[in-house]
Design a protein around this ligand. Sequence first.
Ligand code: ADE
Length: 225
Amino acid sequence: MRIDILTILPELIESPFNHSIIKRAKKNKIVEIFIHNIRDFSNDKHKRVDDYAFGGGAGMIMKIEPIHKAIMHLTKQRDYDEIIYTSPDGELYNQKKANHLSTLKNIIILCGHYKGIDQRIRDNLITQEISIGDYVLTGGELAAAIITDSIVRLIPGAISDESSALSDSFQDGLLASPVYTRPATYNGWKVPDILISGNDKLIETWKFEQSVERTNKLRPNLLND
Ligand code: ADE
């Protein structure tokens, strides 16, 4: 899979992809992640990427020209399955969307900033708008990092124990069951006896019951969905 991220703050988004699972996935050519500076596509002599809003109003708007050029630069070279714009007024992101995106070949993620981007980009070039939650970030970079992280770990081969991505919280619409590791007793706090019983069947049933119980208690909306 190939992910191209368009941003005016490339340094802000580089680090999350240089560690752990994502770093290894890149090294093993499971994913390619390219970060492009939108400023490089500006014809303006001061490389400006924002301007005042037509009709007035507070805040600057990301200009159409450098974004259009950046997207064209990429789409001329290959087909893209989705051109995503990160924005608080996009569709709420969830595991189902991550699963779907992880099956695609090429995607672009455009990070929003200021008061937004010129609407003509959204109307004519963007295929999907995603919000990572009902709150406003200073820019779309962190949202793009979250979306990318959640996608890459799902690509087969990214996680060595593939079944572990499938048993994540949300993957079957349930929260994951609690997990423990050694020692079995610490500070007088004990691991549930069932987990050290050695009875795989009972352990599976216990895990499922715990998942249902935790989902019911913490996120009952997931059960209704
Ligand atoms: N940009 C600013 N806030 C955002 C959010 N909640 N989700 C995605 N992109 C954003």
